[in-house]
Design a protein around this ligand. Structure first.
Ligand code: ADP
Length: 262
């Protein structure tokens, strides 16, 4: 009937998801999608039921990262089935809806907001331990809509690089999440030092440790640093998640450290 609560469907979907983790960043290119995809894979490999939702309207990259390009979610009557990546991990991305990934995504604000909500409530996620959300960068309307759709129990994970300019963005992200009424689980410092494929150790390039200092200052947890690793970039380009094959390396252990508090 016309009298049903418009949020009833959304609330029902959300009530079946134990933890909602929103992976955010102050700006693009810091590795947010890479981190989101790899924590989703790492949690699924640890036996958890995981959904990965890519609502990065500016460049949905999850289909490429997980070799799911060209897949189409099954459409039912006002519902969509997420695309399975494995028994434990199902994926939904705006990228599945775009006919051609070279096509620029130009949607008006209200359309984007509606899409984000639809991607949570109209997708048959089922019972999940974790929903990992790859959120658009920044502190604008899209991340706001993402947090509001998921509700106050959604927890932010903020990805940054160690340079000073990125750190200012993180400060903004942390206060943004607080203002919306959500909690930040912690900060991940990505591209922190260089994981040398020859000697297996991490060499510092930029002054690292910015994320850790900032976490302390902002009163949030420092989840760990992930080094720049040529294999992480290759795995993303070729569409196999790094965590599926490299759990024993320095970088793989860094991803494991990030998911520990989850
Ligand atoms: P964002 O989602 O923040 O825009 P991406 O996850 O798309 O960033 O990453 C940007 C680029 O950096 C990609 O080419 C990705 O493969 C690469 N990248 C991300 N993290 C690392 C890392 N730790 N080591 C090497 N390359 C990385």
């Amino acid at each position: 009937s016309g009298c049903t609560n418009p949020d009833e469907k959304l609330n029902k979907t959300l009530s079946r998801i134990k933890h909602k983790i929103v992976v955010m960043s102050g700006k693009g290119g810091v590795g947010k999608s890479t981190v989101a995809a790899n924590i989703a894979v790492a949690l699924s490999l640890a036996g958890k039921k995981v959904g990965l939702l890519d609502v990065d309207v500016h460049g949905p990259s999850v289909p490429r990262l997980l070799s799911l390009k060209g897949k189409q979610p099954h459409m039912g009557d006002q519902v969509m089935e997420p695309v399975p990546w494995s028994k434990n991990l199902s994926v939904m991305s705006l990228g599945f809806m775009l006919p051609d990934d070279r096509q620029a995504v130009i949607w008006r604000g209200p359309v984007k907001m509606g899409l984000i909500k639809q991607f949570v409530e109209d997708v048959m996620w089922g019972d999940l331990d974790y929903l990992i959300v790859d959120c658009p960068p920044g502190t604008g309307d899209e991340p706001l809509s993402t947090l509001q759709t998921l509700g106050p129990t959604a927890i932010g994970v903020i990805v940054t690089t160690p340079q000073g300019v990125a750190i200012d963005d993180v400060r903004r992200s942390v206060s943004f999440v607080g203002e919306v009424g959500n909690r930040v689980l912690g900060i991940v410092e990505n591209m922190s030092g260089f994981a040398c494929p020859n000697c297996g150790t991490v060499h510092d390039i930029f002054k690292s440790g910015g994320g850790e200092e900032l976490a302390k200052e902002a009163g949030v947890r420092f989840l760990g640093r992930i080094p720049l690793d040529p294999e992480v970039a290759t795995s993303g380009d070729e569409g196999y998640p790094f965590m599926k094959v490299h759990r024993e390396t320095v970088t793989g252990k860094a991803f494991e450290q990030v998911i520990e508090p989850m």
